[in-house]
Design a protein around this ligand. Structure first.
Ligand code: MG
Length: 259
């Protein structure tokens, strides 16, 4: 054995190492078994590589995101009736101005959404009257915004609740006046083209301040108040709506990626 090692280390070992290293540097395989579906092999060398996306700095927008609000203007937003959005621009944020809810000019289906919001620093009102707003996906499915810091309002109306349906798994709220974030992954519902009946529900995953509070959870239907939500067939895209519930909630750093 000693002799073998001596010999191979002198002659064969370098070429053996070269072979091992060449194998591990190979950019894929064409002799491995097929994955389910039969299109690609395990480690398939001809499978297209994922497209490059430069990530944002911190919570900033990645290169392939649509920036919906960066503090400078309301160009991506309008009122429900199509008129210009009239929310206030303050300190790089926009603030609910009791002029009605606003919605994106663009419409979306399946998305990843990042949004930051802040309820008023001074607590005014109680329960659902305290820093209430909301993010309506497709204009229909609300992820609640509320000052839920030491607020005993009903569970399915707390911040990050699928309003009127499912409370968040935990209350991850920061205090009044502190900036908070939602990172939302949303799958639009699908409807049968003929009958209009529901084929698959709207599904949402929500991180509140970086903490997962809904994981692939289905909406029962379009958000409603004091009734059980129901689905009605609708278009496969819709706007993102930010709710004017009369409380001066602020928003900043909003971006979306279509999935
Ligand atoms: Mg609300």
């Amino acid at each position: 054995m000693k002799k073998f090692i001596q010999r191979t280390s002198l002659f064969a070992l370098p070429s053996l190492l070269a072979l091992v290293s060449a194998l591990s540097l190979q950019e894929g395989y064409d002799d491995t078994p097929f994955l389910p579906g039969g299109k690609w092999r395990v480690h398939d060398k001809s499978r297209p590589r994922p497209p490059l996306v430069t990530p944002g700095v911190g919570t900033g927008a990645p290169a392939d995101a649509i920036v919906l609000f960066d503090g400078s203007d309301l160009a991506e937003w309008k009122k429900g009736d199509g008129d210009d959005a009239e929310w206030k621009l303050v300190d790089g944020a926009m603030e609910v101005a009791r002029t009605g809810s606003i919605q994106t000019k663009r419409e979306f289906g399946d998305i990843q959404l990042h949004i930051e919001w802040r309820t008023p620093p001074e607590v005014q009102g109680v329960s659902q009257g305290r820093g209430n707003s909301g993010v309506f996906l497709m204009g229909k499915y609300e992820v609640q915004i509320l000052d839920s810091y030491k607020n005993e309002s009903y569970a399915d109306g707390q911040a990050a609740a699928m309003y009127g349906q499912t409370p968040p798994a935990v209350n991850a709220s920061r205090g009044p006046g502190e900036w908070q974030s939602y990172d939302i992954v949303f799958d639009a519902p699908r409807f049968e083209s003929e009958s209009g009946s529901l084929a698959s529900p709207a599904i949402v995953t929500v991180f509140h301040n970086g903490i997962v509070v809904h994981h692939a959870r289905a909406f029962i239907g379009a958000t409603s108040h004091r009734t059980v939500a129901e689905y009605k067939a609708h278009a496969n895209k819709g706007p993102i709506v930010l709710q004017d519930h009369g409380n001066p909630v602020r928003f900043r750093n909003i971006w979306v990626r279509e999935l």
